[in-house]
Design a binder for this molecule. Structure first.
Ligand code: UD1
Length: 322
C-alpha cells in the first residue's frame, strides 16, 4: 500500500514508518519537524516538510492517492495542555479536521489515528477496557476524545474507516537500533531517567511516593514503541480488509512503578541516576493499567517487548550513543 504518515519523523511516527517499510509498504512522511528529527527520516521513505495547519499544500499532497493515512502529529504534554489549551485546540483538533477534509476531498478512506489512554481520566476500575467511561482530566485527553467523536461522524457521513489507537505509555526504542533521534525536552518518565543517566539532566523528580501502590510510586502500563508500531500495521490491515472502524487500547496489561523503572535503569546503565521525591503532579492517577483484549481479539495484537528490562535496555542503547 501507499501510506502517508503524518508526524512520521517523531518518536512513535519513525517507529511506525520503519515497521511499514519492513512490511514492504511505500511510505511518505509529512512532518513540520517541530518535534520530528532529521535522523528519524529513512532514505527509503519520501518526505515533505509541511504543516497540517496549511490546508492548501496538505490537500495537494493528499491528491496523490494514498491507500491509507497514519496520523501521529500532535502535541502530547498533558500538563502543558492545561495552561495552553489554544495550542492543543488548533494543532490537535483543527489539524486533524484539515487532514480529514483533505482526505474526503481526495477520496482517501483509511485512517489510523494516535489516540491516548488520557481519554479515560481517573480510572474507575482496572484494568481499563474500552467500555470504561471516557472523562478526560486534562485538555490533551479531551482533544483526543473529541477527534474520536469527529471520526465516527466522518465514518458515517464520508465513509472514512478509522482505527483509533488508545496508547498507554509509549516507551523504548527500536531493538535493532535503527531509530536514533532523541525526543526534545522530554517530560515522560523513561526519557527523563535516560537523560539523568547520560548526565544531561541533574536528577529525576519522583512525583510522590505516598500513593496507594506497593512501593508508593505511580504505576503505569508502559508499552514498547515497536509493539505500538506493529499495532498500526495490523490496524491498517484490519480497516482495509474489514471495511470497518475500530477503537482499541494498546497496553501491555502490566504495571511498572516509577521506583521499579529507576532501579532497572540503574542496573542496566550502571549509572547512579540521582532521584528525589517531590510533591505529586496534579492529575496523576495512582495506577493505570490497560486491558488490551480487544486489540488481541480483533487484530491478533499483543505487546511482546514491553517488559521493564527491554524498555530500559533498548532506550539506553540509543541514549548512550549520544
Ligand atoms: C501522560 C498521559 C498519556 C500521554 C502521555 C504522553 C494522562 C493520564 N496520561 O502519561 O495519555 O500519552 O502523558 O506524554 O494524561 N513521573 C515522575 N517523574 C517525572 C516524570 C514522570 O515521577 O519526571 C511519573 C508520573 O508521576 C507517572 C509516571 O512517572 O506516575 C509516568 O509519567 P509520564 O511519563 O509523564 O506519563 P503519564 O502522565 O502516565
Amino acid at each position: 500500500m501507499q501510506v502517508l504518515v503524518i508526524g512520521g519523523a517523531g518518536y512513535i511516527g519513525s517507529h511506525v514508518v520503519r515497521r511499514l517499510l519492513d512490511a514492504g509498504h511505500k511510505v511518505h512522511v509529512l512532518d513540520n519537524m517541530y518535534s520530528g528529527r532529521e535522523e528519524n527520516l529513512f532514505p527509503e521513505a519520501g518526505f515533505t516538510r509541511g504543516d497540517i495547519l496549511e490546508y492548501g499544500p496538505l490537500a495537494t499532497l493528499m491528491q496523490q492517492g494514498w491507500d491509507a493515512v497514519v496520523h501521529l502529529a500532535a502535541f502530547k504534554a498533558a500538563g502543558e495542555s492545561m495552561v495552553k489549551p489554544e495550542k492543543y485546540s488548533v494543532n490537535n483538533i483543527c489539524g486533524t479536521v484539515n487532514i480529514l477534509n483533505a482526505m474526503s476531498e481526495s477520496d482517501v478512506r483509511r485512517f489510523v489515528f494516535s489516540s491516548s489512554a488520557a481519554v479515560y481520566g481517573e480510572p474507575e476500575y482496572l484494568p481499563v477496557d474500552e467500555e470504561h467511561p471516557a472523562r478526560p482530566e486534562n485538555y490533551y485527553g479531551f482533544t483526543k476524545l473529541e477527534i474520536e467523536r469527529i471520526l465516527s461522524w466522518y465514518d458515517k457521513l464520508r465513509g472514512i474507516r478509522f482505527a483509533a489507537l488508545r496508547y498507554f505509555n509509549a516507551a523504548g526504542y527500536d531493538p535493532e537500533g535503527r531509530v536514533r533521534g532523541l525526543e526534545r525536552n522530554p517530560a515522560n518518565l523513561l526519557p527523563v531517567i535516560m537523560e539523568v543517566a547520560l548526565g544531561t539532566r541533574e536528577r529525576l523528580d519522583i512525583f510522590g511516593d505516598d500513593y496507594d501502590t506497593p512501593d508508593g510510586t505511580g504505576i503505569r502500563d508502559y508499552v514498547h514503541v515497536s509493539d505500538l508500531a506493529d499495532a498500526h500495521l495490523q490496524a491498517m490491515d484490519y480497516v482495509s480488509a474489514q471495511d470497518r472502524s475500530l477503537v482499541v487500547n494498546l497496553g501491555s496489561e502490566s504495571g511498572i512503578s516509577v521506583k521499579e523503572m529507576v532501579e532497572t535503569a540503574r542496573r542496566v546503565t550502571g549509572e547512579k541516576i540521582s532521584a528525589h521525591v517531590t510533591d505529586r503532579r496534579p492529575g496523576d492517577p495512582a495506577k493505570l493499567v490497560a486491558s488490551s483484549s480487544r486489540a488481541h481479539e480483533l487484530l491478533g495484537w499483543r505487546a511482546e517487548r514491553s517488559d521493564v528490562e527491554t524498555l530500559v535496555r533498548t532506550s539506553w542503547e540509543v541514549y548512550k550513543g549520544h
